[in-house]
Design a protein. Sequence first.
Length: 343
Amino acid sequence: MKKIMPALLAAAVLVTGCAREVPVYQTDVFAMDTLMTVKFSGGNETLLEQVREEIHRFEKLWDVNDEKSDIYRLNHSHGEKTAVSEETAFLTARALELSARTEGALDISIYPVLRAWGFTTGQYEVPDSRTLSELLNKVDYRQIVVDGQHRTVQVPEGMMLDPGAVAKGFTGDRLCELLRENGVSSALLNLGGNVQALGGKPDGSAWRVAVKDPQHPDEIVCTLEIRDRAVITSGSYERYFVGKDGKTYWHILDPATGYPADKGLLSVTIIGENGLECDALSTALFVMGKDGAMTYCREHPQMEAVLIDSDRRLYLTEGLLGIAEPSEGMEHTVISRQGSDGT
Ligand code: ADP
Ligand code: MG
């Protein structure tokens, strides 16, 4: 992950005058290549500073280009067992678990392929299919070993990790924990479009979170009312380039082919209690495509999802009824769990 202008956006504002005159603290931080906004009521300036420090600490741990970062050291470990921070050991272990659960649709060892496309540097190019198939030999999450007790990770020679699909969700979870431990009961985090809520609004009502129209990201397709939930989206419109052939290529890659995942979906939003899990699943379900994602939703009733297919049709899991409000003119289909394994 690249680091740009850290100082510029790290301004804090103190807003008073909300419903019960509780001060609201807010900070904007540019980290992990995106804008992060954290606001909470209660707490104090010191807590705001701690939030900023945590964000920068995590960013440093996983910066693929920083020689001192955990991820850089793992990616240059020549197959040796490597000592890492508690956070990196946890993040990697959870990512591997979710890679297995999604049968490799999520694979944090996708980095060599991602790099060949230029998504790690912004120097985009379309790799030829031979290069891609060679690089795919180096992609296999099952070969990575985490020892949580001794906090070591072992990445086979030639393989490399990229925690981009899960890092923001993990960061959101840890920030919510920090805020909760310090007595905050109302907070809203927006980490580059990944939203995580702690409690409801200061007045007790639910937060309203919009799901963007992937074809017109200034417009919204539906609004969700949430408390204590993560709302995390993966979409083809978030980061992409147009190749010399005039085609659009985006940053979510199918580990089965090495090409951008393109199986009938424009965006996937996952709603659940755990940010890391929602982040992992939004990427994985995007890779699975429309049919695979629908099946996954039917079989996993503990999470909710909003899918938008290539024809801009909206699909909502049934647990969102009463929470989701589709925008005017937006028809929707309910993904029912009746009779599925999970009900
Ligand atoms: P964003 O970071 O834009 O919110 P995602 O959470 O979906 O979106 O993560 C996309 C990032 O994850 C990519 O930029 C890349 O770093 C990484 N990535 C892309 N494809 C995969 C994949 N199949 N498995 C794991 N990581 C991936
Ligand atoms: Mg993700």
